[in-house]
Design a protein around this ligand. Structure first.
Ligand code: NAP
Length: 400
């Protein structure tokens, strides 16, 4: 049985056949072309990355984890890239096998987080193709901490941090809505290495800083949390072991006209920061149709409270909902959905509306009830509508 390996490929749908990569490649015969495609020889490519920055389209930046590399002939015949296959290796050493089992456990964790969607989740039709499982427990990537700062006010009852990780020019292609695994160092009480924890990326696909190959995370410190304390205590320059990316359905549509209804609690806001930045970077502030319902205890403990306030309503209509402001009745996102019933009903009737729910698992029930009531108010049955939306890749849940 072959060990899985990472294969460098070129996307034939995007490549403009300028052959710049082939001319730049320092290794004779590692990049070649025929009349159809420009391709990379897996036996010769040494991952020097010289070809990556010179490609004008980005078609060169494609990677698949494979058991058996695609041959040159395979690649010459492609009209489009094959999907990333599920890589489940057999054989190998016991250590490798148990690492694979752990990677499977990570995938299962994410599948569990998505189960609130109520059925098989599906990516939006116009979403870009995600890369998944590029790095795993047997083969993590090392990232360096580029920055870490506290998002919640000093003295607020929650310590939420914004962490920026840099991959030092190594490929780590992510899409908004995907997650990565962080492996805390050391071992648990059972003497076994700690398992990774999943965090959504909160930066858009081109990076926290555009084209600098970095990602950001939004992490809340939990008193007993092994990984959250590790991540929240990281200092600039520290090295971190990372796996992923993970997730192939909780993705945003590429259609700039698509209306996004984003409902989150606490750090569940992470993917929506990424969605918003992606829209802002691609179509600017004039794009309408993004609406957010964001629940937190207080303004002091709402991650990105300041930056959110600066985003114009034309791009993102914000409904910030607070549960613990002294002297003010507790309010949850589902309560505010009802307050905005008319606007939500309008979105529900639009076939170009996409719903995303992210955060505490407990919020699901209340949000479902709110949708049921709003749908009823316009003579629609929520469960049927939700199932249609899900089958069209327009209804997404990620809750823990
Ligand atoms: P939190 O601060 O404990 O709560 C945020 C808000 O949600 C509070 O106002 C809370 O109100 C409210 N809330 C509690 N129960 C609710 C319910 N049943 N319905 C609606 N609102 C409710 O949140 P957190 O600790 O940041 O938790 C965020 C969740 O997002 C975690 O489960 C995390 O795993 C998940 N998540 C995190 C990431 C990431 O990348 N970090 C990504 C995806 C998901 P009260 O407490 O005042 O009642």
């Amino acid at each position: 049985m072959n060990q899985p390996l990472k294969q460098h490929l070129i996307d034939p749908e995007i490549c403009i056949r300028c052959y710049t990569c082939e001319m730049t490649c320092p290794i004779e015969g590692a990049i070649v072309h025929d009349a159809n495609n420009v391709v990379i020889d897996a036996d010769k490519c040494e991952f020097c990355m010289a070809c990556i920055p010179v490609c004008p389209t980005g078609s060169i930046d494609e990677w698949r984890i494979v058991n058996t590399p695609y041959s040159l002939d395979d690649q010459f015949g492609w009209a489009e890239l094959p999907e990333q296959e599920e890589i489940l290796t057999g054989g190998g050493s016991d250590a490798a096998t148990s690492l694979e089992a752990l990677d499977d456990a990570m995938a299962a964790l994410l599948a569990d987080a998505h189960k609130g969607a109520g059925g098989k989740a599906k990516a939006p039709a116009t979403a870009s193709k995600p890369t998944i499982n590029m790095y795993n427990l047997a083969n993590p990537i090392t990232a360096k901490v580029q920055g870490s700062y506290r998002l919640t006010a000093e003295g607020a009852d929650t310590d939420v941090r914004h962490i920026i990780l840099d991959f030092g020019g190594k490929p780590f292609p992510v899409l908004e809505g995907q997650s990565i695994g962080i492996i805390p160092p050391g071992t648990g009480a059972d003497g076994k290495p700690h398992l990774p924890r999943l965090y959504s990326i909160s930066s858009p696909r081109d990076g926290e800083r555009p084209n600098y190959g970095n990602v950001s995370l939004t992490v809340k410190r939990h008193e007993q949390g092994v990984c959250s304390n590790y991540v929240c205590d990281l200092k600039m320059g520290d090295e971190v072991q990372v796996t992923g990316p993970f997730g192939s359905t909780f993705l945003m549509p590429d259609d700039p006209q698509a209306r996004l209804l984003m409902i989150c609690t606490g750090t569940g806001s992470a993917p929506f920061r990424a969605f918003t930045m992606r829209r802002q970077r691609t179509v600017g502030n004039k794009s309408g149709g993004m609406v957010m319902f964001f629940g937190a205890r207080t303004p002091d403990s709402l991650p990105y409270f300041g930056p959110l306030g600066k985003i114009p309503d034309s791009l993102l209509k914000k409904h910030l909902v607070f549960s613990r402001i002294p002297g003010v009745p507790k309010s949850y996102v589902q309560d505010q959905l009802i307050v905005e019933e008319e606007a939500i009903a309008d979105m529900l009737t639009d076939p170009n509306t996409y719903i995303y729910i992210c955060g505490l698992r407990g919020m699901e029930e209340g949000v479902e009830k709110a949708f049921t009531n709003i749908a009823e108010s316009i003579g629609t049955q929520w469960v049927a509508l939700r199932d249609t939306m899900r089958s069209e890749g327009r209804y997404h849940v990620e809750t823990y």
